[in-house]
Write a protein that binds this ligand. Sequence first.
Ligand SMILES: Cc1cc2nc3c(=O)[nH]c(=O)nc-3n(C[C@H](O)[C@H](O)[C@H](O)COP(=O)(O)O)c2cc1C
Length: 384
Amino acid sequence: MADFWRPEMAVEQISTLQHEVLASGFDLGGLRLRNRIVMAPMTRECAPDGVPTAEMANYYARRAEGGVAMIVTEGAAPNEEGRFGRNVPRLYGADALAGWERIVAPVKAADAAILAQVWHVGAFVPSMIGMTDSLDVTRVSPSGLAAPGRLIGKAMTTRQIARTVRDYGQAAREAREVGFDGVEIHAAHGYLPDQFFWSASNLREDCYGGNIAARCRFAAEIIAECKAQAGSDFIVTLRLSQWKQLDFLAHVAESPEELSDWLMPLMKSGADGFHVSTRRFWDQAFPSSEASLASWVRRLSGRPVIAVGSALMDRDFKAEGGKQRGDLVPRTLRWAAEAIEDGEFDLIAFGRALLANPDLAQRLVSGDVTGLRDYDRGYLDELK
Ligand SMILES: Cc1cc2nc3c(=O)[nH]c(=O)nc-3n(C[C@H](O)[C@H](O)[C@H](O)COP(=O)(O)O)c2cc1C
């Protein structure tokens, strides 16, 4: 019980949580961030035919005015076949880009940075999770698979790979033109770049398949192309995870050595940082040490790292009931602050806690945390 949030102990608790660590500024590849608190990307499917709306602009502006240092937007598609559904925003087309411009301006006016998350689903389609595919497109992936035994799409030809890489680059260039500070390549959770990383979904025998260095080639080309098209000073981060939507226990790297081989080509191609997605950010990554995956990525890459997964939450978003609700748990905040102080990672992202509390960051930074709301599924039904 003592570990749970009680209003009468909130102020005292936040000060012992070393909130000054969370309040300290940070430099992400030349981008100055006012504190260590990031908004995690969250798909809302509220963009009719892919065009971001005024409601979305208000929703993001509230989190920026609420003190987050940086927003990573919900996933936005770089091309037609990469879209999850019709109401997921596009990062191409004049109408969609104009919509993004109306989102970015107020966010930056509120002194927050903003990265567009570029999300290509590959062969992971809505039907995989019991939804209807609202798009009539041929889905593609490295070998047509989204996961072992889940043949949905067509294996990409090298020509299709080259075109897709160019689409990512164009999305980055246009993101820059509408004011974004950078892009985050969604290379986690079993989507397209991760379908290349994961040996179980990448059975290719050309230069994009084989050992981990070859399986990284697609993502490495994307990073390089984004830099080439948008400029070398445009921030390009990568979201990575071991777990996949279709296999929570999957591993791309079984050891720190394999993780190092995974990161190396991505660093060489110019990644400015990594967003390490775990279901619980403090979980041990490998049997050989207690360190978390974020901490290993920080150690092996030397690049800025954002950790995410159950910050402030009593259950992870893939756990039973985790999508429905989540109670606030202050001790996870202390763990995040301590990890940042110890140099294990640099930034902590919040998902559900920020849906429930648009002013979460300001409250954490100021220490006034009374009245923060637990997470409830109902917040997903409204874009506020
Ligand atoms: C409604 C919802 C939508 C999400 N959409 C995305 C997404 O578009 N891209 C992504 O990388 N992760 C997505 N995620 C995962 C979150 O970014 C985050 O990793 C996850 O919620 C764990 O953080 P939390 O425990 O703080 O909520 C989504 C999560 C939720 C709850």
